[in-house]
Design a protein around this ligand. Sequence first.
Ligand code: 0A1
Ligand code: ZN
Length: 858
Amino acid sequence: MSVRRDTAMKLADYQPPAYQISELYLEFELDDHRTRVTAISQVQRQTSQDAPLYLNGEALELGGVWVAGQPYQPEMAEGGIILQDLPASFELKIETIIDPANNSSLEGLYKSAGAFCTQCEAEGFRKITYFPDRPDVMTRYRVRIVADKQAYPYLLSNGNLLDQGDLDGGRHWALWEDPFAKPSYLFALVAGDFDLLSDSFTTRSGRDVTLQLYVDKGNAYRGQHALDSLKKAMAWDEQKYGLEYDLDVYMIVAVDFFNMGAMENKGLNLFNSKYVLADPASATDDDYFNIESVIAHEYFHNWTGNRVTCRDWFQLSLKEGLTVFRDQQFSADMGSPAIVRLKQVRVMREHQFAEDAGPMSHPIRPEEVMEMNNFYSVTVYDKGAEVIRMLHTLLGEAGFRQGMDLYFKRHDGQAVTCDDFVQAMQDANDVDLSAFRRWYSQSGTPQLTVGTTFEPQTGRFSLSLTQLTAATADQHEKHPLHMPVAVEILDGANNSVQKHTLSVTQEKQQFDFGPFDNEPVTAILAGFSAPVRVKQIQSDAQKQQIILHAQDPFLRWDAAQSLISQYLHEMAGSGQTSVPDVLIELFDSMLRRVDQDPALFAEMLELPSFETLAQQNSPIRVDGLLDARDCLKRKLARTLTDQWQATADRISTGAYQYTQQQAAQRRLRGVCLAYLALSNAPGVESHLHQLYLQSDNMTDTLAVLKACQGSELALFDRLMEDFEAKWRHDSLVMDKWFALHAGKERNDCLSKLQILMAHAMYSINNPNRVRSVVGTFAFYNPRGFHAIDGSGYKFLTDYLLQTDPINPQVASRLITPMLAFGQLDESRQDLIRHQFLRLLDSPQLSRDLYEKVRKSLR
Ligand code: 0A1
Ligand code: ZN
């Protein structure tokens, strides 16, 4: 079958559905290859005249269709069926047969290890039955599941369990009802055998909620952190937004085969097991952090996504940008706000800026989509969250909350648009947000150019801000945006700091301050108050003043990163290998201050990543930047060896606990060890080996392995063998091992990758494995991936051709590092273009990859 790949959907073409479905009864007779699905819908026409009813359907065997009890022959159409001449209101029955065991796309109903599970967002429900698979059709579901009792003792779906019972032939059944109308993308079903952890939560209005966590057998001891995180998220949403949970049971199921992080299906979340399972021996501090944040994210969707959902998929950021912002607020409240913020800024600068600079650039509310799965993007999610954060900054905490209250009051139970959201914010605060709305329709990263003038006679200090958004691949014309620019003005004379949040709306604006006795220093974009690049010429001394005296931790970190980046770019451009003294002095002074704030200094002592540096200059000097970065790391390691050693030695954390203090200490030690491993200091290898042997937790173990990975120490291979022997049966831990190997610089990189892919634990069908090997190589092994002979690009393309027919969503994410080809030098551009042509030549290329490759070659 040939796929029609070229058709794009347009936001401008939106039409409300001609039919609504108020109730749906679904029955599943589960079978590996022939699962029978019976769907009985109560259908109501929404238009005054007769209209055809279009039902989406993919990869379905049609058993039969009955309209009002009578057999009916539908017209088979592209991607679905069409029914004509229908009554205004009727019962529609459809039988389909599906093959879950052969569904490797992990969309629709599929098998993960031994369990049946579903993934319906965005358009997976159409792989289960013929249905209007669009979010503005909201339906109450009743679901009956029939399966073998021994193999599938747990039968789960959304909502509340109404009844269950046994059948002949060793089978049993369960009947579920979800009292809330929902779009089809929130439907879920699970059938399998699990370990079950139970707990409970009483909402503030007194509803007792049963919490259930289903994990692979033998993994119950790794579930407590996820359950604790869930309870924290439930309490937080009540306290922060007045939002309570609304069903009697909240279920989370962890599965090993999952395309994304997790899914917020009503009352029955499905999770990638990597965002559920943790114990100190097998999970790092980062894993603990991520679990808490993803559990919260899915929980928060119950209101922002489920109770109020999206009218159409162009509105995805309505639920995702807002829910990411909420999970970011939650993470900040649970731990260390500054460190959480730095993580988010890194995502924006490393990944979102790159997306906006490439062929897939799109506004947070896209206007044209070929394959919806391609728009679960850093733009829709993370830039979407930055846009919500700007609203929060402009309206203030109380104003934002009023807007949220009004949004729920107006739209609970509805499928709405981003405009509806902004309108609620506007009406609740009686402000004009019409200029702000442009963030939803304009793509690209604005550049904010900063100029300053100082008049010694009057003491007046002026700041001029000029914003410019360059044309992007999708959109030529750009306009000024409304953004909050938070600044700190540092008066060196008396060490005072003034803070202002400027509301910028025009292309060019001037702001006056003073009087000052001497020219002050301005630090722009406190807290990264807007998702923009800042261009400002500052002396080393001015940056150093910000590093030492700014109040906002982000500004201090950013000034340090900017000082380092500037010299790295200079070294990369000139090919010089001598490291300026100012950098050595900077690190020396930071090392002397680490005790003031170990968490922040741990971040400040890390060099900007290659990915961040690559976003700062075009064309990207791949080799020059990598060499300069290596050279600086070595020089810092060797010049400051004693300080790295002393700082690492001072740290003692005691028995592992996931607390902010401990995590900061471990992170700081990890940074020091990475430098020490490059230091040539006598005994460093045996010191690292000792630390590895002594470690009682995965964070410290991985810190040693990472330090060795970034060095030439032979210890790396020895420890990796030991690690593999210990963990070879644990797939989640082995992902860390795979990633360490795939990210290591080495001459025989590609043959190493082949060996990894032949490992007993590797499987091309498992997205986590593919990401840890191929993903790590393509995203985080720049020397190997950007090899000037093109072998890295060819390797990735070969793999895409292999994996695309199995799981197009995974393939489509893996291609991302090649999409930045426009910023590379000419020869690398040619090499990548050649690989794109190979992909286009493949007759069966998925719509997912086709959309990205086509846009790249435009
Ligand atoms: N809504 C989920 C993300 C998600 C999207 C698509 C998926 O499969 C194609 C799975 C999950 C979230 O934001 O967590
Ligand atoms: Zn989400």
